[in-house]
Design a binder for this molecule. Structure first.
Ligand SMILES: CC(C)(COP(=O)(O)OP(=O)(O)OC[C@H]1O[C@@H](n2cnc3c(N)ncnc32)[C@H](O)[C@@H]1OP(=O)(O)O)[C@@H](O)C(=O)NCCC(=O)NCCS
Length: 271
């Protein structure tokens, strides 16, 4: 499988990468390579700066989740802030050239996971009200326009507004859904698989060895099909032997079934 995304909490040393990502996704010529951005609404290349991001990383109520690729580069992010039982979602961004491939949805899902983990039953956000294509996207993923509008004054960090702008407040209630997978109906199976792989790396508790073997074998069967390696040469390498045998035991299971079982297993581990 080509893409192997991971969701992590940003640390202070990630601040510069986050600034670059956010500025490139929101503003200026680079942002225009993505499908939605603020380049036509606000001048300049700057959405935020390092000081602002470090402050958000270090605030106790705030966390930045990052999505990294195989090379451990930060290609997506979202800032989440707890305010009583609600989670504020902001600074959602995906690298412009990688947009449209499901990474935004992985981050929305990760935000919901985080909300549940810290006992928030609602996620809310402010979106520039004229960004119809973006608001439509959020609506497709369960957010509703509350009808509330908030002023969007110009600040010292970012550029000039090219027209009068205001924020729409969108909200999604997480109540009444059994667990995080209510979003998965919007993702195809491969995207769900990638989201589950990313989620498996941030489980709050380390699974038992048996479960880890199950995860490993379903991952291999789902991504590569029937076992395609020789048994380990060293009979005393018990870990390699157990992994090999677990994968071998799934021989004949279709990739699709293995992927579905992998997603189910990760979702159970997240509860
Ligand atoms: C908003 C953003 C995070 C989405 O990330 P992404 O990785 O592209 O998201 P996904 O690939 O999961 O989803 C893309 C969606 O856009 C849709 N889309 C793609 N091109 C589109 C276009 N030209 N017009 C409208 N919708 C489009 C896709 O159909 C898909 O919709 P679906 O989820 O209903 O299937 C990303 O575009 C971004 O970083 N934008 C700049 C920063 C920003 O504006 N952030 C939000 C501020 S509130």
């Amino acid at each position: 499988m080509g893409n192997n995304y991971a969701i992590n909490k940003a640390k202070e040393q990630d601040a510069q990468s986050l600034v670059s990502l956010l500025n490139s996704a929101y503003r200026g010529e680079s942002a225009k390579q993505g499908w939605t951005n603020e380049a036509g609404l606000i001048t300049g290349e700057v959405r935020t700066n390092e000081e602002n991001i470090i402050q958000l990383i270090n605030q106790p109520v705030s966390v930045f989740l990052t999505c990294t690729n195989n090379q451990k580069q930060i290609i997506g992010c979202v800032n989440l802030q707890k305010h009583e039982n609600k989670l504020y979602l902001g600074m959602l961004a995906v690298s412009p050239l990688l947009q449209g491939a499901g990474i935004g949805k992985i981050l929305l899902l990760a935000a919901e996971e985080h909300a549940r983990a810290i006992d928030c039953d609602t996620i809310y956000m402010t979106v520039i009200s004229v960004r119809k294509e973006l608001i439509d996207w959020y609506k497709r993923h369960g957010y509703a326009d509350t009808g509330i509008r908030k002023p969007f004054p110009e600040d010292d960090i970012t550029g000039k507004h090219l027209q009068e702008l205001e924020f729409a407040v969108l909200e999604k209630s997480l109540k009444g859904f059994p667990y995080f997978r209510q979003n998965l109906q919007f993702m195809d199976l491969q995207q769900q698989f990638e989201a589950a792989i990313a989620e498996s790396k941030s489980l709050s508790e380390k699974p038992s060895n048996d479960t880890l073997l199950q995860l490993y074998s379903l991952y291999k069967q789902g991504s590569e099909g029937d076992v395609n390696i020789d048994p380990p040469a060293n009979p005393f390498d018990f870990v390699a032997k157990a992994k090999y045998e677990a994968w071998l035991a799934l021989k004949g299971k279709s990739k699709e079934d293995a992927i579905k079982e992998y997603i189910d297993l990760v979702s159970k581990l997240k509860v």
